[in-house]
Design a protein around this ligand. Structure first.
Ligand code: F6R
Length: 242
């Protein structure tokens, strides 16, 4: 794993943007795997800036997001579809038909998981997958205990994850209890993985991801077996590394 320590969040976001734009420069019809949450927001801002400067186009790009809540209408302000639309999709020249998220409102959720997984394969797989890291080691919404051989599936969200995400909702009880997520095997199938980690509260999780023996109890340890992982961590997140 290539670990790059960035001075601060701004610097991390700039590097993440450069990494993704570099991928698009190499292959204009790249397939990007995308994450929501707080950490990649700076990267999306920088990508939008690059697009506005006229130096980056997403016209040929396809995107697949990691996950979506179950039960929130797609136009709900806290759905991941709306997060992506507000911060990124509507601000660049991506064609909406090339932007994919699992449908958390599908009548048959099991069939939806299979459809999403098949669509990813049809697109030729993800070239670069952007990930954040959960305090409990989750990647996507793969909570502790998820088998490494998992593909896109339905998950019951961990209490800690619902607590962390409650900051966006009026109250914790409003946070959906379930989601659809790419599985760990799905994530590991990406050609390259870019993990963004910011803040002192993630220091322990980053250390565990790197140094703990691979275990389903800490899903991010699965990344140790991937041949092409870049970690961008700010100094706060890297403070427990030596
Ligand atoms: C988001 C996702 C999650 C987040 C993780 C970190 O699509 O799948 O795994 O990346 O919960 O979230 P933040 O960045 O808010 O700390």
């Amino acid at each position: 794993m290539d670990i790059q320590i960035c001075k601060n969040y701004e610097n991390l976001s700039t590097k993440a943007c450069a990494h993704v734009s570099g991928q698009i420069a190499k292959k204009e019809n790249s397939v990007l795997g995308l994450a929501t949450g707080g950490t990649p927001e700076g990267m999306y801002k920088k990508l939008v800036e690059q697009h506005r400067k006229g130096v980056l186009s997403f016209q040929q790009v396809t995107t697949f997001n990691l996950d979506e809540y179950i039960g929130l209408p797609a136009n709900h302000p806290l759905s991941y579809r709306v997060y992506m639309k507000d911060r990124f999709f509507s601000k660049v020249d991506l064609s909406v038909v090339n932007t994919h998220l699992p449908d958390g409102q599908a009548a048959d959720l099991t069939a939806e998981c299979a459809r999403y997984e098949a669509l990813l394969r049809e697109a030729g797989g993800v070239d670069i997958q952007v990930l954040g890291l959960g305090h409990n080691g989750h990647i996507g919404f793969n909570e502790p205990g998820t088998p490494f051989a998992s593909t896109t599936h339905i998950v019951e969200l961990d209490g800690k994850t619902r607590e962390a995400n409650a900051r966006y909702f009026d109250k914790k009880s409003d946070v959906p209890k379930k989601a659809i997520t790419m599985g760990i095997e799905t994530i590991l199938a990406a050609g390259e993985i870019l993990v963004l980690i910011s803040g002192a509260d993630k220091a322990e999780a980053l250390r565990d991801m790197l140094y703990r023996e691979m275990t389903t109890e800490f899903p991010a340890t699965a990344l140790q077996q991937h041949p092409n992982v870049t970690i961008l961590a700010d100094e706060q997140a890297a403070k427990s590394l030596h």
